[in-house]
Design a binder for this molecule. Structure first.
Ligand SMILES: [Cu+2]
Length: 176
């Protein structure tokens, strides 16, 4: 009974975000993490299997309205339980080298505290539950510039201090 109620709620949510008549950009990307050597054909690379084991899953959704307002949703399963992760949208696609994803995507470019924050960047920090699942949502009034947002990087710590534990290539869409 509980499962049936949950399923109907999920179907309603999918219908609301997946409507063909909705203006703007709607994107959903799903991946299964693998270490770099095994991920030549995967979009999801783990660099730290203690935090993001092989076989963990990630789903990223983007919805950008015609006025530019953008929502990014993150869902992960199979990561280390009870851990606080830092997550940001980065500029480039993932690679075998954790540095391949480049810097954070920013609405207005700058390296000071006035630019490196969750308002000017897309932060999706989350704490995994006892089963290793987690989710986060970020909402902004601005849209991505075309081709300048290419991945979601999962870090070992929240905020900006953690090392890169995993990366998921997501070709974020620009406002049409
Ligand atoms: Cu980051």
């Amino acid at each position: 009974m509980v499962a049936a109620v949950y399923a109907s709620a999920l179907a309603a949510a999918l219908f609301a975000t997946g409507s063909a008549s909705a203006p703007g950009v709607s994107l959903e990307t799903v991946g299964e993490f693998a270490p770099p050597a095994a991920s030549a054909t995967s979009k999801a690379v783990t660099y730290d299997q203690n935090l993001v084991p092989k076989g963990a899953w990630i789903r990223v959704r983007q919805h950008t309205q015609r006025n530019g307002a953008t929502t990014v949703q993150l869902r992960v399963t199979g990561v280390k339980p009870g851990h606080v992760f830092g997550v940001h949208v980065h500029q480039k696609a993932c690679g075998a080298d954790p540095a391949a994803a480049g810097s954070h995507y920013q609405d207005k470019a700058g390296m000071d505290a006035g630019h490196v924050n969750a308002t000017n960047e897309v932060w999706l920090d989350f704490t995994s539950d006892s089963h290793g699942s987690g989710m986060a949502t970020a909402q902004h009034s601005w849209a991505f510039r075309k081709g300048e947002a290419g991945s979601v990087v999962i870090h070992s710590e929240p905020g900006t201090k953690g090392s890169r534990a995993a990366c998921f290539t997501v070709p974020f869409g620009a406002k049409s």
